[in-house]
Every structure is written in structure tokens, then in C-alpha cells.
Write a protein that binds this ligand. Structure first.
Ligand SMILES: Cc1ncc(COP(=O)(O)O)c(C=O)c1O
Length: 382
């Protein structure tokens, strides 16, 4: 089955739900069992059959199964947000005394998680350069327990050679975890490219309408019980309503992403020609290794990219952003609407981008309208 077809058909079960096209929202805490034998059977297999709301109900199980199928994974574990998926996955994998290799271009709250939670708990963290590739082997220590990737990186959009990192880590039996929120399962399949666990903030493109928080981790057979056990015992639970919204978002993911991609290409290409723009940070349009890695491993790009402005623009960035009519100012991305945000990047290693950075999310609007809005913004920059 082709991916577009799969997105329409996975995670549905009309025969089970009186012919309903969409699986109903199954809100629950207590689940009643007809007798002790069935209660005991459910208790011994909490992840398989409904037992108690915290372990999931039919709608969350359908969503999990759908996410797993899209990634070609053995299974999926759901979390109440993308960050919870990252924190929960790391908590499941890291033991006291562990060493974690964390990409330096990681989403900022994950950097904070490392510095404010993991390091005080005794986990040693090394921030490694996003372009480490096979050179990651030199950074592995006997106590390294996780290699964490994010491609492209937050705000600076460096790509990573995930297969090379996967090969080096696999040779030492170390799991590779990747944040695949930008590409989604639609444009990149991490588990087929050397990663062991793929995380998505489903909050972004999967939900797609800026109205629910959700995270998902998909993984191979080896890691599924590890993630399930740890996640359940940390009390993570997802709302049935939000699972419904994610399944609903899944139905239109392909058409939305194609439009995000086309719109972003048009707007980013236009930005590339502005005198105020030093560089566009969008894997399909950058030169050198980032573009080559994207072309080799990904089948498309989504609506999020950055621009590095000329340093002389620094004092005028707020005037540019404040007057934009079609770009909302706010965190997150992946919804149907366009967004803009100046980026304040913190890195442990020297960053490739030095000028003022602005991040754009290109929504489903007509790109010509977005370009006109941006052109007026540049007029406000003396
Ligand atoms: C790359 C990336 N990963 C993870 C997250 C966290 O997702 P959530 O906001 O659902 O916690 C974000 C949020 O912006 C993100 O940009």
C-alpha cells in the first residue's frame, strides 16, 4: 500500500464500531471486567487489552498502531506532548552513570532537560556537532547509553548522517533516538535509516490544526517493552479526545504536507533573493552536505525553515515581525497557519549561523499572499 493510501486506512476499524468511519472517542478511567478471570487476563497484559484508562483505550491503541505502521515499527508509545516523549524515552533508556551523546542543534527544552534534570541525576552529557556523521564513533564511551539526533536541527536546520551514526552506534549496541518531528513519517523513515527509536511531537503536523498536544515514540521490537514499562510507570497518559484529533489529522497529512512543502519552497526561494537575507536555512535549498543528506535520505520537506539576515538588520527585526499580517507570532508550528519567530540560539559548540535568525512556518495560505506580506515587512527595514 502506498503511503497516501495507508494514511487514509490505518487506525480505523468500522466493523468494530457499528460501521463508524472514524473510531469513537473512548474516554475512560475505570474499565469493568465481567469476572475475575478476565480482570486477571487484562491485568497481565495491560498494553494489549483495555485494563485501566491510564494504559490506553481503543482510540489510543488505534493511534499507536497507526503510527507504528507508518514508521514500519514494532510498536508505538504515546505521550501527552512531544517533550514528554523525549523526556520519557530518555528516562527509559538512561541508567545512573550513563553517558548521553546529544546533538548540539537540539530543540532548546531538550538541552535544558539535559542541563537541569539529567546532569544533576548523574548522567554525563556531551553535545556533539550535528555533522559528526561516522565520526560519532570517536565520541562513544564505554558508558554511552544513547545517541540522540534531530534532523534538521532546531532553528539552524543542519542535517545529520543518521545511517552513519546508526552504524557506529549499532556496532557498540547503543540505541539511536531521533526527533523526527520536522519530516514526519511521511518524508523520512528513521527506523529504516539506522535509528532505533523515532520520536515525533504529534502536536505539530500529525494533529496539524494547532489544537492538541501529543507525542509518539515508535521503535523496534527490542525497545518496545522498555519504553512501555517505563512510560506506564511514570504515569504518562494521553487524552482520548487528543488521540481522535491526531487520527483525524492523519487523514489529511499527505495533502497538507505537500502544500506546506510547495509553499515553503516558493517563499524560501523568494527570500533567498532578498538583499537583507544572508542565507536561507532550508535543507532543499542549502548547499553542501546538508542538501546532499536531505536528498539521499528524505523524500520531501515540510513548512519550517529559517533565514539568517544580514547583521545590519539586527535592530529592525522586531519592526519586520510586528507588522506582518499573515504570520502569527508564537511558538510551535505544524498547524495550517503561518508563523514567524526570531530565533535566539544557544549552542555549546560554535554555530554555523551567526547573523540574526528568523524562523518561518509556511502554512496552507497562498504563498503569493505570504510573499507580499514579507515584502511589506522588508520595506519597514531601513
Ligand atoms: C523539534 C521539536 N521537537 C519537540 C518539540 C516538543 O513538542 P511539544 O510542544 O509537543 O512538547 C518541539 C516543539 O516545538 C519541536 O520543535
Amino acid at each position: 500500500m502506498k503511503l497516501d493510501t495507508l494514511l487514509v486506512h490505518v487506525g480505523r476499524d468500522p466493523e468494530r464500531f457499528e460501521g463508524l468511519v472514524n473510531a469513537p472517542v473512548t474516554r475512560a478511567s475505570t474499565i469493568l471486567h465481567p469476572d475475575m478471570a478476565s480482570f486477571n487476563a487484562a491485568a497481565s497484559n495491560k498494553h494489549g487489552v483495555p485494563y485501566y484508562g491510564r494504559y490506553g483505550t481503543s482510540i489510543s491503541k488505534l493511534l499507536g498502531a497507526a503510527c507504528a505502521e507508518l514508521d514500519g515499527a514494532a510498536g508505538a508509545v504515546l505521550f501527552p506532548s512531544g517533550l514528554a516523549a523525549i523526556a520519557g524515552t530518555l528516562a527509559a533508556l538512561l541508567r545512573p552513570g550513563a553517558h548521553l551523546l546529544m546533538v548540539d542543534s537540539v530543540y532548546a527544552p531538550v538541552r535544558e532537560l539535559c542541563e537541569k534534570v539529567l546532569q544533576p541525576q548523574g548522567v554525563a552529557v556531551t553535545f556533539y556537532p550535528p555533522h559528526a556523521g561516522a565520526g560519532i564513533a570517536d565520541l562513544l564511551r564505554p558508558e554511552t547509553q544513547v545517541v540522540y539526533c534531530e534532523a534538521p536541527g532546531s532553528h539552524t536546520f543542519e542535517m545529520q548522517d543518521v545511517p552513519a551514526i546508526g552504524k557506529a552506534a549499532a556496532a557498540r549496541g547503543i540505541p539511536v533516538v531521533i526527533d523526527n518531528t520536522w519530516a514526519t513519517s511521511y518524508f523520512f523513515k528513521p527506523l529504516q535509516h539506522g535509528a532505533d527509536i523515532a520520536i515525533q511531537a504529534a502536536t505539530k503536523y500529525l494533529v496539524g490544526h494547532s489544537d492538541a498536544m501529543l507525542g509518539v515514540a515508535t521503535c523496534s521490537e527490542k525497545w518496545l517493552p522498555v519504553l512501555q514499562r517505563s512510560t506506564a510507570l511514570q504515569g504518562n497518559s494521553v487524552s482520548a479526545d487528543d488521540c481522535y484529533l491526531a487520527l483525524r489529522g492523519m487523514r489529511t497529512l499527505a495533502v497538507r504536507l505537500r502544500q506546506h512543502y510547495a509553499g515553503a519552497m516558493k517563499v524560501a526561494s523568494w527570500l533567498q533573493g532578498r538583499p537583507q537575507v544572508a542565507r536561507v536555512l532550508y535543507p532543499p535549498l542549502t548547499q553542501g552536505p546538508d542538501r546532499a543528506l536531505w536528498e539521499r535520505d528524505f523524500t520531501g520537506a515540510t513548512g519550517l525553515f529559517g533565514v539568517e539576515l544580514d547583521p545590519a538588520c539586527e535592530p529592525h527585526v522586531e519592526a519586520f515581525v510586528d507588522g506582518l499580517q499573515l504570520f502569527g507570532i508564537g511558538v510551535s508550528w505544524g498547524g495550517y497557519e503561518s508563523l514567524v519567530l526570531p530565533s535566539h540560539v544557544r549552542r555549546s559548540l560554535p554555530a554555523a549561523s551567526t547573523g540574526p535568525l528568523v524562523r518561518f512556518h509556511i502554512g496552507l495560505e497562498d504563498p503569493d499572499d505570504l510573499i507580499a506580506d514579507l515584502a511589506a515587512g522588508f520595506e519597514r527595514m531601513p
